[in-house]
Design a protein around this ligand. Structure first.
Ligand code: F6P
Length: 459
């Protein structure tokens, strides 16, 4: 039993089956992990889904970490809910990713998957109801679990229920693409919470507008904004460790060209919303429009795999590699590779790239926050110019000191890259300092505690 509960699809730990059949536990990072560390693990429980075979084995063998409860939901139900609904429908709606002449198609197959989404949400609600002390605080995370607050409210009216969205929220004209009954079910599920948290005012307003348009308002549910910031202490310490120094030396060697060669970096999970392909096209336009940069700049692009069960993600990943190769073939010379693309996840190497970057390109189509935009200025050795999409949540806090772009405008993004590359050193360092200050205004632990405090005070 616990007085603080968190629920999310992906938990803070995952298990891999080793060759000898034993299980290796790997702890993950991220804002929620460090946020929850502000609360004693004796008082808290994190309810999450078993995601792979290792996780399922752990549940069946009774292996767990203190304060973590993994749910062994039927794999087909989980796949329908996670891949079929959360990632293929709700993610697409909130990031406005559909090619509307041909999709979405809400047919019988969609309805079948939706039933799995309900079953999966119910498994979480039941586990939370069983684990929560009387009057406990529960914070449910994200679009995977929109129905949980309503289900939990019915089972345990004594609880303080919060929900936090790490994604954008769609405006009503887009959200109502969902079948009417489903759209209403999502909103009513969320409104089962006492309090709903969003990363920016823009997403909170979009949610409120959907409620006004579809269910007559938000009723007694409070909406709050908590702009998750970068964890400065952790990042500054972690980015000076020997493994990062090694990666820094290796990257410098790959970039080549001596100290005058500049770098434009980007670090993303390869999600469709990250706009990596248009970023590459903008870089190509820069090399075409400003031939003086040929041989004098390298685009270091880290595109780490994400959601590879979905064909559309695999195709997108392949397109990123194809365009990068095309640029290298068109412009590369014996001693200059214009694009250095890495697709294998390596956190130490990401930090090394943050340290040496002259320019960081963060150009998502739409993004809940985008922590890379916040982390780079904190870690940067000599200051980094930030080219930032106005559609990223981080724009609300960082827009003033970034060079902002419309993510669809290739010509405009190429111009912004040129401006960033030619920014005088002093100005770049000054802007970077101000960006770092804004980026760290709400560190993860305070971000989490603030939510608990607000939830306690809801009337
Ligand atoms: O970045 C938005 C987000 O929804 C996070 O809240 C969440 O951790 C992640 O995406 C989910 O990603 P995945 O599908 O890899 O678990």
């Amino acid at each position: 039993m616990a007085s603080v509960l968190v629920a999310s699809n992906r938990g803070p730990v995952s298990y891999a089956v080793a060759e000898d059949g034993s299980l290796d536990a790997r702890r993950g990072g991220g804002g929620l992990v460090s946020g929850l560390s502000a609360v004693s693990s004796e008082d808290s429980v994190w309810v999450c889904a078993a995601l792979g075979e290792g996780d399922r084995q752990a549940v069946r063998r009774g292996i767990s970490e203190p304060g973590v409860r993994m749910l062994d939901i039927d794999p087909d139900v989980h796949a329908d809910a996670y891949n079929g609904i959360a990632n293929s429908v709700l993610w697409f709606v909130h990031h406005m990713l559909y090619q509307t002449p041909v999709e979405p198609v809400f047919d019988a197959e969609f309805r079948r998957r939706w039933t799995s989404y309900e079953t999966y949400n119910r498994a979480f609600a039941e586990a939370l109801a069983a684990e929560a002390d009387p009057g406990a605080q529960v914070v449910v995370q994200d679009y995977h679990l929109t129905l949980v607050p309503g289900m939990l409210r019915e089972a345990r009216p004594d609880l303080r229920i919060g929900h936090f969205s790490h994604t954008p929220w769609a405006p009503p004209e887009y959200f109502r693409m969902l079948p009417d009954d489903i759209a209403e079910q999502v909103l009513r599920g969320m409104l089962g919470a006492d309090r709903l948290g969003f990363l920016t005012r823009r997403w909170a307003d979009a949610f409120a507008a959907c409620c006004t348009a579809l269910v007559g308002g938000t009723g007694g549910t409070e909406l709050g904004v908590h702009g998750l910031g970068a964890d400065a202490d952790f990042l500054r310490e972690r980015s000076r460790r020997p493994d990062v120094e090694d990666r820094l030396a290796a990257l410098r060697e790959q970039i080549g060209g001596g100290p005058d060669r500049k770098t434009i970096i980007r670090v993303d999970r390869t999600e469709l919303s990250k706009n990596i392909v248009r970023g590459l096209l903008a870089y190509r336009a820069l090399l075409e429009d400003h031939p003086e940069w040929r041989g004098r700049v390298v685009h270091v692009a880290f595109a780490y795999p994400s959601r590879q069960d979905l064909a559309v993600y695999r195709d997108y990943t392949a397109e990123v590699s194809r365009v990068a190769e095309e640029i290298n073939t068109a412009f590369g010379t014996d001693d200059w590779t214009p694009v250095l693309l890495h697709v294998k996840d390596d956190f130490a190497r990401s930090l090394a790239a943050y340290r040496l970057a002259d320019v960081a390109l963060v150009n998502p189509i739409r993004d809940g926050m985008n922590l890379v935009a916040k982390e780079v200025p904190v870690v940067s050795d000599e200051g980094c110019a930030l080219v930032l999409s106005r559609e990223a949540g981080a724009y609300e806090e960082l827009g003033e000191d970034a060079i902002t772009v419309n993510p669809y405008d290739i010509t405009g993004t190429a111009r912004a890259l040129h401006e960033a590359l030619t920014m005088p050193d002093g100005e770049r360092a000054e802007r970077s300092k101000r960006l770092a200050a804004s980026a760290t205004a709400l560190p993860p632990q305070r971000w989490f505690l603030e939510q608990l405090e607000a939830l306690r005070e809801v009337r």
